[in-house]
Write a protein that binds this ligand. Structure first.
Ligand SMILES: *Cc1c(COP(=O)(O)O)cnc(C)c1O
Length: 402
């Protein structure tokens, strides 16, 4: 893989990014600078500090310290085309902060129907209260997308694949339409990260990640990021400063630690997920496997064209079983935790029911058999594939006993 700004491989960039000698001193990692107050040598220096407002400059704790700057810098280096990266206290805060940076009262926002549910609620709740109208669009209706724009459409929020139903969208085409219409395209790129899908290179303007997932990687941290080109990066930064967004240096250090091994974890969890997905697709209890990197799965062609990697997150649909059967299966699993989030070292399984949160696309797809609707989302961790498969096998056996 090679997608770093300096033309080095992404593994090399993951190791070296953000480790400026002036931030790390004589040690490998930047120390944790716990600080609200930065001290100035003189009154004149203090007054100069107020005037300056650039990255990597001491001022006051809310603008960060070398620990947070190192993380921002590392994420910027991983995202070709980005001028800078703003950190947020969660993934949701990153989505809210980025949308508020580009939208004003009277504007219209287009959102693909498969986005993360809290992004939908944010649009129809908070943003509506601030005078922004949201229209939901079918993520797979490329032909209809251009018609959804009006004079007031100022931004488009994309997510590919959707984190429950895994639709891969033609992002280069959608982003090109948005650009032609004068709208900013934002993408929630948590699933692929820039290692699997360098979003700005594919035409998006702002790439957002829940660092809580793959970057943290150990289920012990909440954080988000947004990376953008020059003028938009400055807007993101101003808005984040106005909203008082800041992340703790302890969490930034944890995120940096996670980042160093993210490439390895993504490769391994995707390989294991592929084995599990292949096994599931041959099971009589399974109607559909929604997994973009599984050959033959919906979206695999676009995934192969645009992505250089994936992760351990995918879903499958039970063949005609009811909700109770689904719960029996999940409850019987011993190696999969039952819980939200994903991207950690440990596997998770949850029931997902996207039908109730769709407004502009049909779920389940009309082409499926009527009874095939109960979905399970798996986040595959670093366990051995054979053990996860054996666990699912005994889970299916339990599912069938009443
Ligand atoms: C988890 C998640 C988020 C939100 O991240 P938090 O850190 O939990 O706020 C955003 N987008 C997607 C796709 C997610 O899975």
């Amino acid at each position: 893989m090679s997608n770093s700004k300096q033309g080095k491989g992404s593994g090399t960039t993951l190791v070296n990014a953000g480790r400026k000698p002036e931030w790390t001193g004589a040690v490998v990692n930047p120390p944790v600078w716990r600080a609200s107050t930065h001290l100035y040598p003189t009154v004149a220096a203090l007054k100069d500090g107020v005037k300056g407002n650039s990255d990597g400059e001491f001022f006051y704790g809310r603008r960060g310290s070398p620990t947070q700057w190192a993380l921002s810098d590392a994420l910027t280096q991983l995202e070709p085309g980005a001028e800078g990266t703003v950190l947020y206290p969660s993934g949701v805060a990153a989505i809210a902060g980025a949308l508020m940076a580009v939208l004003s009262p009277g504007d219209v926002l287009l959102v693909t129907d498969n986005v993360y549910e809290p992004s939908r609620s944010m649009a129809t709740g908070l943003l509506k209260r601030f005078g922004v109208e949201t229209r939901f669009v079918d993520p797979l209706d490329l032909a209809g997308f251009a018609d959804k724009f009006c004079e007031q459409t100022k931004a488009v929020l994309l997510e590919s694949p959707g984190s429950l139903t895994m639709e891969i969208q033609d992002i280069p085409a959608l982003a090109a339409i948005a650009r032609e219409k004068g709208a900013v395209s934002l993408i929630d790129n948590t699933w692929a990260t820039p290692l699997g899908f360098p979003a700005l290179e594919h035409g998006c303007d702002i790439a957002i990640m829940a660092l809580t997932k793959h970057v943290g990687g150990h289920s012990d941290l909440m954080m988000g990021s947004a990376s953008a080109r020059g003028p938009l990066y400055r807007k993101l930064r101003q808005t984040a400063q106005a909203l008082g967004h800041v992340v703790s240096p302890d969490d930034a250090a944890l995120a940096l630690r996670g980042l160093r091994t993210m490439g390895l974890r993504l490769e391994r969890t995707m390989q294991t997920a592929l084995q599990v997905a292949q096994w599931l697709s041959a099971r009589p209890e399974v109607a559909h496997v929604l997994c973009p990197f599984l050959p033959g799965s919906t979206g695999h062609d676009l995934w192969s064209r645009d992505f250089t990697g994936g992760c351990g997150l995918f879903s499958f649909i039970l063949k005609g079983r009811d909700e109770a059967a689904r719960a029996r299966l999940i409850d019987a699993l011993e190696l999969f935790g039952i819980g939200y989030s994903w991207g950690g070292f440990e596997s998770l399984a949850i029931p997902v029911d996207p039908a109730s949160i769709r407004t502009s696309s049909t779920w389940p797809p009309a082409s499926w058999d009527a009874g095939d609707r109960h979905a399970i989302r798996l986040s595959i961790g670093l366990e051995d594939a054979a053990d996860l498969i054996a666990d699912l096998e005994q889970g299916f056996a339990t599912m069938e006993t009443i």
